[in-house]
Ligand binder design. Structure first.
Ligand SMILES: [Zn+2]
Length: 254
């Protein structure tokens, strides 16, 4: 039985629809404002999210899981159907005043609370860890959150990210094929590249202190990784991990 996770606050937002599809994804966001301001803004804009975690690790339940929240917007992953992942996802918003632009953007206790929540959700809803994604992964042309400073490594250390080996490589070297195999929408290639680098090759990403500029321009329109060879090697390592995991589940779930 899954241990119950008790939120510190419950403050349900009024904007939602009934959930009719199974839950598959967990989407991580960040916002510059504090949790009570976030609730106000989401409410004003007719949007919603399931959970908000403050920098102090305080967890707010903003919507019940059996309701669809409006958090993902136009989004795609792994050839998903439909214009948005809202219907098949859980949305988690993190308070982060610098939009995850630095290594220390996210305090330890905030990330530990996130890991506790992710562990709870994975077990309770039988979700797969490769489907824990950042907003920028599923909307690479529109969104920069949770930012290049988001500590994916801490999630990895908690067993919440697929393990990969840097020398276990996919046989293909075709960039678009590899991005596509992982799940990225490659219709705007520089955006997909940049989203991949945000998560897997942060040294290629520009740290942006002008946050409005970052929000208006989530990716450099002509982006090509400087160390292209290293980029392709990292793509091959991640693609093989995703492909193996999906194949495994395909056979188990048959
Ligand atoms: Zn977002």
């Amino acid at each position: 039985m899954t241990r119950k996770l008790i939120p510190d606050n419950i403050c349900h937002l009024p904007h939602f629809r009934k959930r009719t599809e199974p839950i598959k994804y967990i989407i991580i966001h960040c916002s510059r404002s504090n949790p009570s301001q976030q609730l106000e803004t989401l409410n004003r804009l007719g949007l919603s999210v399931h959970y908000i975690i403050g920098r102090d690790g305080n967890l707010t339940e903003a919507l019940e899981i059996n309701k669809v929240a409006y958090h993902a917007g136009t989004s795609k992953w792994n050839h998903s159907q439909g214009p948005s992942l809202n219907g098949s996802s859980i949305g988690i918003e993190l308070e982060c005043p610098d939009m995850g632009q630095h290594k220390k953007s996210y305090p330890h206790r905030q990330i530990m609370k996130l890991c506790e929540l992710l562990n709870y959700l994975l077990l309770k809803y039988k979700l797969r860890r490769e489907n824990i994604l950042g907003h920028s992964d599923i909307a690479p042309t529109r969104k920069p959150d949770p930012g290049v400073g988001f500590p994916w490594i801490k999630l990895y250390n908690e067993g919440l990210i697929l393990p990969h080996h840097k020398n276990c490589l996919h046989p293909s070297t075709d960039e678009i094929f590899l991005l596509d195999t992982i799940g990225y929408d490659t219709s705007v290639l520089p955006a997909a590249r940049y989203a991949f680098c945000r998560r897997w090759l942060p040294e290629e990403v520009i740290i942006e202190d002008d946050l409005q500029h970052l929000l208006d321009n989530p990716y450099p329109p002509d982006f090509i990784p400087q160390d292209y060879k290293k980029y392709i090697k990292r793509l091959r390592a991640i693609a093989v991990a995703y492909e193996q995991e999906r194949r495994l589940h395909f056979w188990y779930e048959k």
